[in-house]
Write a protein that binds this ligand. Structure first.
Ligand code: G4P
Length: 532
């Protein structure tokens, strides 16, 4: 019973956006609403500054700070809200993709002036893969932005999802008056005040209230009535089932920096967003309400301080109750492990906890026993799916600069890639190809190999565009492909073959020449039992 109650209370989600759309600002405002922080600016300081791209140690330092707030929990209207932070810097996109495997829903922030941007599309692709329910917040309505109908069309086309406005803006930019709630007929008048957390809601009892003109001017009242009539004519009523299936995104308008439109967003989120439900393991579906504990590691954070070289594994609980000091089964290592100091994060505080529930993310002390994707259970051999590797975009050969430290280099690169800093592919048995989504990771690897393992390396760029995991039911064709393309074939850490495509064109040709081979952009095609 207690388990059911705790599950129903929980909402675990991430806020995602193209950099600068307002993710950090929105996160902070939600924490203010939830009473988890009391001053604006508390979250800001954890952000990776965009100007610091060349100074990765600075970034690591900032990541170090942000570890305590990587998960921000707070209570609101009787619910436990867990916001999983995702790095804003695009070079850490892989971190973001992995975090998205641990949430039950997302809020996507879009800049009203810029509309859908590159990173917005890529993040949505990851959400679509998992059918993650998405709520869209169109931010910066206090700036001269694009026409809201046009924005909705663009969202539908570029993000391949149906939309349903839940609130509607009354003008925008200099003349922004506020938003009208399409469901309960409330009017929220805009006031540019960054510090307040309350909002001035006026129940006008619907669009026909004659007082509307007094508040927003007659011209804007008429325009709003026109817009609402159009919306009611064009859009179907909001269907929660479609939202939960990841097919329909409810859309809100507001201004995060001015604290405007946040309450509508949060209140609706609480009502419609899913609590932890079920999750697919290779062996079977696991329901959150099952008594035995299950969960998986989706992120590992290493402490770069040479005096405290420990790591924190971020563990997402999928079912059952987690208890401190209890023995659990580490399925990959087939051994019993227990944790005396599991931590949980409330706003910017880190506390040792005695128990945690499905939907929660806890930090586990890791002296090197965890890899991304590792599963803990109470004995059952389960392997959760949905934690794939994504194709890297930059590939470089790792060269050893100090032959006396070969072993250290070998160990170092394996451990760093277990942590998810980068991916490792092996060609011709020994050649090591490191793949990442950002240049910064190469600096991080070089620095850490030197400082943590005493190994020296250099990188030689390769001109590959993407990696594709390959499978085929036609063994002959697969063997033929591997033979003919040996210069562009490498093997991942689980010894699965990967095709390194130089261009989209090369991929197209390969597909035409070998029609029975399947090319997978992520490693998540693996079938039962193939995870090691
Ligand atoms: P991110 O995490 O998605 O990268 O975006 P972030 O919240 O840092 O916001 C990016 C910039 O947009 C910030 O300005 C922020 O103040 C501003 N911003 C956020 N919401 C709104 C909004 O509703 N209206 C307007 N006009 N601006 C908004 P900055 O100059 O980069 O930083 P700061 O010096 O203001 O902190």
């Amino acid at each position: 019973m207690e388990l059911q109650k705790e599950i129903a209370k929980r909402r675990t989600f991430a806020i995602i956006s193209h950099p600068d759309a307002g993710k950090t600002t929105l996160t902070e405002k939600l924490l203010l609403f939830g009473g988890a922080i009391h001053t604006a600016g508390a979250v800001k300081s954890n952000k990776i500054r965009k100007t610091a791209t060349s100074d990765f140690m600075e970034i690591e330092k900032q990541r170090g700070i942000s570890v305590a707030t990587s998960v921000m929990g707070f209570e609101y209207r009787g619910r436990r809200i867990n916001i999983l932070d995702t790095p804003g810097h695009k070079d850490f996109a892989e971190d973001t993709y992995r975090t998205l495997t641990a949430v039950d829903s997302v809020i996507l922030v879009v800049d009203s002036m810029k509309g859908v941007e590159e990173q917005t599309e890529r993040l949505m692709e990851v959400c679509r893969m998992r059918h993650t329910p998405v709520i869209i917040f169109i931010n910066k309505m206090d700036r001269e932005g694009r026409n809201p109908f046009e924005l909705l069309d663009e969202l539908e086309q570029k993000l391949d999802i149906s939309t349903r406005p839940m609130t509607w803006p009354i003008s925008q930019g200099q003349t922004f008056k506020g938003v009208y709630n399409l469901f309960n007929g409330e009017l929220n008048l805009f006031e540019a005040v960054a510090s307040k957390i309350g909002e001035k809601l006026t129940d006008i009892g619907g669009i026909d209230d004659p007082r509307l003109g007094q508040w927003v001017t007659q011209a804007y009242a008429d325009k709003l009535r026109e817009d609402v009539a159009l919306i009611e004519g064009v859009y179907e009523p909001f269907d929660q089932g479609l939202y939960l299936d990841g097919l329909l995104a409810p859309v809100f308008f507001g201004s995060a920096v001015n604290n405007f439109g946040i309450r509508e967003l949060l209140d609706t989120f609480i009502d419609i967003a899913p609590s932890p439900h079920e999750r697919e393991a290779s062996e079977r579906m696991v329901n959150a309400s099952e008594e035995p504990l299950t969960g998986f590691v989706f992120k590992i954070h290493a402490n770069l301080d040479p005096n405290h070289r420990d790591r924190t594994a971020f563990f997402k609980i999928c079912s059952g109750k987690f208890e401190r000091n209890k023995f659990y089964h580490h399925t990959r290592l087939d051994r019993k492990v227990r944790f005396s100091n599991p931590t949980q994060f409330m706003a910017n505080e880190k506390n040792v906890i005695d128990e945690a529930w499905p939907g929660d993310v806890i930090g586990l002390y890791d002296n090197g026993i965890f890899k991304i994707g590792d599963t803990l259970t109470e004995g059952e051999d389960l392997h959760f799916r949905g934690i794939p590797s994504f194709s890297p975009e930059i590939f470089k050969v790792l060269e050893n600069r100090d032959p006396l430290k070969t072993k250290q280099l070998e160990k170092g690169i394996r451990q760093l890639t277990d942590e998810g800093v980068a991916q490792l592919f092996i060609q011709y048995g020994t050649k090591k190809i490191v793949g990442t989504v950002g240049e910064l990771q190469f600096d991080v690897i070089q620095f850490r190999l030197e400082h943590e393992y005493g190994a020296h390396c250099a990188f030689t760029p390769l001109r590959f565009h993407k990696a594709f995991w390959i499978t085929s039911d036609n063994k002959e064709q697969l063997d033929e492909f591997l033979r003919r393309k040996s210069t562009v074939i490498a093997y991942d850490k689980e010894e699965l073959p990967v095709f390194l495509a130089e261009t989209e064109w090369m991929l197209k040709i390969a597909r035409e020449d070998f029609p029975e081979i399947e090319f997978h952009a992520t490693s998540e095609f693996k079938t039962e039992g193939s995870r090691s």
